[in-house]
Design a protein around this ligand. Structure first.
Ligand code: SAM
Length: 306
């Protein structure tokens, strides 16, 4: 059960079947790993996912990519787990919050930011007219529409302390994206060691992230932004992207979701990711309501030195 903070001795021994039953078979024996049915592994990790807004918004946009939220609080993890279960059982009646997220992310991906209210209303009407099916996305960006029968099989949540044991869950270079969205600020000096970005932990994040993969941070706490970028910048395996490079993500192959061809479609997806990073998490929405400022950064994992 998710209440139990268990971790496998190695990634190969992890039972992913309980998380992604359409992608993994049950382990043949207790303590063994789960055979992969489609040759996929978790690629996106949302560290400290909270209520899961990011992963749930991204899942339909990357239907072939497995994504996992990591959350330490029991009840919060349970909430996300229940929400995903409901979405899986009832793919036809999509969570309205999420339909909104997906539609807005899709809109933002293809259009400029700050969509006119009229357009958004049209999206809402389409959602209603379609009886809450996933169809509204189709009305916006056919390319970003998940395939027929899509049912959130590619997203899950794991109760874990992400500051420990990450390499127990993920192999070297397994992840193509790792997110640190609105992490707890731990304001007091003596609590700084509890911050989720630190020199030691950066080495672990670099280990699980593949060369070319991307690390994302965002916060509304200026001091934390300074802290995170201040630790990432001197770290030899991460290189910060400029805003222009962020905007062009996905166009060249080997960027963003590594291994996929660069294309305008990939660019749309990558833009939707940035939109979700800024606006689709519960914390991001709260900051928005309070009209707080946000600072973000995106870092490319560089190849290991020879
Ligand atoms: N990323 C979410 C968002 O943007 O809405 C949640 C942000 S919330 C301020 C930070 C979250 O990180 C909390 O839900 C907290 O329980 C979780 N967290 C803190 N330390 C963690 C750790 N070591 N491992 C996993 N989750 C952690």
């Amino acid at each position: 059960s998710i209440h139990h903070l268990a971790y496998p001795p190695s990634p190969a021994q992890m039972d992913w079947n309980t998380h992604f039953p359409t992608f993994f078979a049950p382990p043949p024996q207790e303590g063994e790993g789960s055979p992969s049915l489609k040759g996929k592994k978790v690629e996106f990790a949302d560290v400290g996912c909270g209520f899961g807004g990011l992963s749930i918004a991204l899942a339909p946009l990357f239907p072939d990519t497995l994504m996992l939220g990591l959350e330490i609080r029991v009840q919060v993890t349970q909430y996300v787990s229940d929400k995903i279960r409901a979405l899986r059982l009832n793919p036809g009646s999509v969570d309205p919050d999420n339909a909104d997220d997906v539609a807005e992310a899709a809109v933002a991906a293809g259009e400029t930011e700050g969509e006119p209210a009229a357009k958004r209303q049209k999206v809402d009407e389409t959602v209603k007219a379609e009886g809450g099916k996933l169809a509204p996305v189709r009305g916006i960006r056919p390319e970003l529409m998940p395939p027929e029968g899509y049912a959130y099989g590619n997203v899950s949540v794991l109760r874990a302390n992400a500051m420990k044991f990450l390499p127990n869950f993920f192999e070297k270079g397994q992840l193509s994206k790792i997110f640190f969205l609105f992490p707890d600020p731990h304001f007091k000096q003596r609590k700084h060691k509890a911050r989720i970005i630190s020199p030691t932990l950066l080495a672990e994040y670099a280990y699980v992230l593949r060369p070319g993969g991307l690390l994302y941070t965002i916060t509304d706490v200026p001091d934390l932004h300074t802290w995170m970028t201040g630790h990432l910048a001197p770290f030899p395996l991460f290189q910060r992207l400029t805003e222009e490079e962020i905007d062009r993500l996905g166009l060249e192959s080997g960027e963003g979701v590594v291994g996929q061809e660069g294309s305008e479609l990939q660019q749309m997806r990558e833009r939707a990711v940035m939109e979700a990073v800024k606006r689709r998490t519960e914390e991001g929405k709260k900051v928005e309501r309070n009209q707080g400022g946000k600072q973000w950064s995106v870092w490319r994992r560089l190849p290991d030195p020879e």
